[in-house]
Design a protein around this ligand. Structure first.
Ligand code: DON
Length: 304
């Protein structure tokens, strides 16, 4: 596996396609050349190459872990009725998608649905809810995590669009707590620092029936892993998820920080970090490198 990761990194290191996210100013400042890949098997074996231990903002990839937590709390049927499991066909921060569907966010991986999902996390105070969010991410990573304060402040100063979406959902009855408070917690959640190595461990929990293969602790009920992976198959890379599934054939999840996760159930998780993104907001080198590794190892779920 190590040589496979190393070859994928080498093949795409000089690919300069895509651009760092710029709508969150701090993300535009990160070096575009950083490139790391990691793999974690269901046995807990870890392999990594390049900048796999450089921290970056988790951004949208955090959505799958809060989703797992909320499904464990309310069950997948309730999640389906309150949030949904269908593609919007629109960019990840679309307001029009909300309007077109009578206020229903459609799925928990676009910004609207992710914020609505965070609004379902129980807690009497913002601190209670935050502690649940960060403890849940830490259980998946297997160690303590912290917020990148610069990115959190940068994103807080520029998140008016998300605040607008949250209030719109509230007006339609699809938001389950105070919008301003939840958008702030969601923004902080997106600013949590992880590495590609962390991300591969976090994803391997889903590949391993909900048990963290490194710590041995259960982080999500086994029966709730399939609905989380189904959401990733349907919207993990937003409006280009279909293209990703066509090529890779495994559930994936991207973030505008440059992270990308791919899960091969029962086998292993792959994670990459490379900041330049395509127009849909997905890491350019990450998609190419993970696709190459997935193809090389025959991980596509639709192969028989
Ligand atoms: O809410 C936002 O716009 C960001 N915090 C996260 C978006 C994101 O990562 C979309 N990803 N590909």
């Amino acid at each position: 596996m190590h040589s496979s990761l190393a070859q994928a990194r080498e093949e795409y290191a000089d690919d300069h396609g895509g651009r760092n996210a710029s709508y969150i100013p701090a993300l535009a400042q990160v070096s575009s050349n950083l490139f790391g890949i990691a793999a974690v098997s269901c046995n807990g074996d870890i392999v990594e190459v390049g900048d796999a231990e450089v921290p970056f903002a988790i951004e949208s990839i955090s959505k799958v872990f809060s989703l797992a937590y909320v499904i464990d709390q309310i069950g997948h049927r309730e999640l389906l009725s309150k949030i949904g499991a269908n593609p919007t066909g629109e960019p990840f921060n679309s307001v029009m998608a909300v309007e077109l569907h009578h206020g229903k966010p459609l799925n928990p991986l676009v910004n609207a649905g992710a914020m609505a999902t965070v609004s379902l996390i129980p807690g009497k105070t913002p601190d209670d809810i935050w502690n649940t969010i960060i403890s849940n991410l830490e259980a998946f990573a297997g160690h303590s995590l912290s917020v990148d304060e610069e990115i959190y402040h940068s994103e807080s100063e520029t998140n008016q669009h998300n605040r607008g979406i949250a209030w719109l959902l509230k007006s339609y009855g699809y938001f389950y707590n105070d919008p301003d408070m939840i958008v702030d917690l969601y923004t902080r959640m997106c600013s949590v620092k992880i590495t590609a190595r962390d991300l591969a461990v976090m994803g391997a929990c889903f590949c391993n029936g909900g048990v963290n293969p490194v710590t041995g602790k259960r982080v999500v009920k086994d029966t709730n892993v399939p609905p989380v992976l189904a959401e990733m198959c349907m919207s993990g890379l937003y409006d280009s998820t279909g293209t990703w599934m066509y090529e890779a054939g495994v559930p994936g999840k991207s973030g505008v920080g440059g992270g990308l996760l791919a899960c091969a159930p029962g086998k292993l998780a792959l994670a990459s970090y490379s900041p330049p993104l395509d127009v849909a907001g997905n890491s350019v080198r990450g998609q190419k490198a993970l696709n190459r590794i997935i193809t090389e190892h025959g991980l596509n779920l639709f192969l028989s």
